[in-house]
Design a protein around this ligand. Structure first.
Ligand code: SF4
Length: 275
């Protein structure tokens, strides 16, 4: 019988005692990582993976992920956090590992499709990337050459870090038609950052701050800025006290601090009712 405290994982058994419990595979073994197949349990069937760093794009936090690519089938078996990603440090929200659902989604669009019937009729044909790009670029060029830049609009669901670059390109073309999820969601918070700090969503050193002023009821604690939220928690664990408001209907609440001493940060959060 396995002794109490003996790690199940074969690699964990090889590590020296103080390091036996590890949250992530060591990077030097990512090229050839071995795990038991959980589906085969209680049989111990080994599977070998190549761990490929990638990025979660389920929100703008863009946390690091590791794709576990099966070395035999070439398919992604699962996603887990990337411990060496400087922002998320291996700590993801539940949507990160759930990215696997998108990989295998039967309705996932894997290649360009062109509508062949009436709008809403659900009739499409597959086209090549060259055909799709030539078609779209041709229409944009025609509009620009004919002096109709206002007829071009760029829309995407959740803008990422390419946004600033794209905006410059569109502005250079004389196009101001940019629309995204951000227009109706984070715009107010980002405007606050821009007015106050002159920056778009900066990343302060929350963990080592001596004073944090949080505007809005759940700023930095949602999915949006997981990397910030985990560092605010680190500051709080170091002895931070402060205030956190409820939403508009509730009263603000305060948690005790270690007296706002030089070793502890103070947090004051002011509710605007906006997320
Ligand atoms: S916070 Fe969650 S959804 Fe957003 S990038 Fe990180 S893991 Fe993905």
């Amino acid at each position: 019988m396995r002794p109490v405290g003996e790690p199940l994982h074969p690699t964990a058994r090889e590590l020296p005692p103080p390091e036996r419990l590890a949250s992530y595979p060591p990077p030097e073994r990512w090229d050839d990582w071995e795990e038991y197949d959980p589906v085969a349990w209680p049989r111990k069937v080994k599977r070998r993976y190549r761990l490929i760093p990638t990025i979660c794009f389920n929100c703008e936090a863009a946390c690091g992920l590791l794709a576990y690519v099966d070395r035999t089938t070439g398919r992604i078996q699962k996603f887990e956090g990337n411990p060496v990603h400087p922002g998320s440090r291996g700590r993801n929200c539940a949507k990160g590992p759930a990215t696997l659902n998108q990989i295998d989604d039967p309705e996932r669009i894997r290649y360009p499709m062109r509508r062949t019937g009436k709008r809403g009729a659900g009739q499409w044909e597959r086209v090549t990337w060259d055909e799709a790009l030539d078609d779209i670029a041709g229409r944009i060029r025609k509009a620009l050459v004919e002096g109709r830049p206002q007829e071009v609009m760029y829309h995407l669901g959740r803008p990422g870090h390419e946004l600033i670059y794209l905006q410059r390109v569109f502005h250079a073309w004389g196009i101001d038609g940019h629309n995204s999820h951000t227009n109706v969601c984070s715009a107010s918070a980002r405007a606050g950052y821009a007015f106050w700090m002159g920056m778009d969503r900066p990343s302060p050193d929350h963990a080592n701050a001596r004073f944090l002023l949080l505007l809005s009821s759940h700023l930095e604690t949602g999915h949006y800025f997981n990397p910030h939220a985990q560092r605010i928690m680190e500051a709080k664990m170091r002895g931070t006290g402060g205030c956190r408001p409820g939403r508009a209907r509730r009263r603000p609440c305060c948690w005790p601090s270690r007296a706002f001493s030089s070793s502890s940060a103070g947090i004051i959060a002011i509710s605007s009712g906006a997320g």
